[in-house]
Design a protein around this ligand. Structure first.
Ligand code: SAH
Length: 221
């Protein structure tokens, strides 16, 4: 039994190494990001019926009409947050916990991750998975995260994993000075943007077109 489990572990690590090579080929350069994506098992963030597809570079359904983001996008967004200067971000807010995969990647890289999800059953599953991986520095909240998590701010980084029509001032104001936000913005056409706070200025750069589920209001119990 133990051998069998180790066998599975080895196979999935080999598969992850292939995935990480693809991420490199697509331009992901941050070695820390590539390292944690080699470590964190993506298959445990999926239902068993889909877990064999975990190491394809593609978005996959997680129920409730939601999706686990494509590994390339997870890597790209994480890499952008880690551009934080003069040192890596310490406190990061995530909107849209979903499966918890992006949360897990962040929890390996920063001191504290605060993650908000509006669909309770998804949050419950994510919590179990993070516990299994002993990632205790991820703090989850069931709420409409559209307006951020003001009590826990300001944040060095904010990552939005569902697309708002536009970025709200309220959310941007929860960035610390020098903080970085990365978010998909738009409806039918969406753009991944980076926002860097410099005092009262929010310097916005378009990164690349993306396709995310929409950021919705209200909660599901
Ligand atoms: N980061 C996730 C991506 C999940 S898809 C992962 O790695 O699996 C986006 C998630 O955002 C969905 O779970 C959806 O329910 C959630 N979401 C959408 N609007 C939200 C809102 N206003 N507040 C909190 N979560 C929201």
């Amino acid at each position: 039994m133990v051998e069998e489990l180790q066998g599975i572990g080895m196979t999935s690590r080999r598969t992850r190494l292939r995935l990480v090579q693809r991420l490199r080929d697509h331009g992901i350069r941050n070695e820390r990001v590539l390292e944690v994506m080699t470590e964190v098992p993506r298959h445990i963030f999926l239902d068993e019926a889909l877990s064999h597809r975990a190491y394809e570079d593609t978005a996959l359904p997680i129920g409730y009409g939601q999706t686990l983001s494509q590994p390339y996008i997870v890597a790209k967004m994480t890499e952008i947050l880690l551009e934080h200067q003069p040192e890596p971000p310490k406190r990061v807010l995530e909107l849209g916990t979903g499966s918890g995969y992006q949360t897990a990647i962040l929890a390996k890289l920063v001191a504290e991750v605060f993650s908000v999800e509006r669909i309770k059953p998804l949050q419950d599953r994510a919590r179990d998975r993070l516990r299994k991986l002993s990632l205790r520095n991820a703090i989850l909240k069931h709420a409409d995260g559209g307006i951020g998590w003001v009590e826990k701010g300001p944040f060095d980084g904010i990552i939005v994993t569902a697309a708002p029509k536009e970025l709200s001032r309220e959310l941007m104001s929860q960035l610390a000075d020098g903080g970085i936000m990365v978010a998909p913005v738009g409806e039918a056409r969406q753009m991944l943007v980076r926002v860097v706070r410099q005092g009262d200025q929010f310097v916005t750069t378009e990164i690349e077109p993306v396709r995310f589920v929409p950021l919705l209001g209200g909660v599901v119990r």
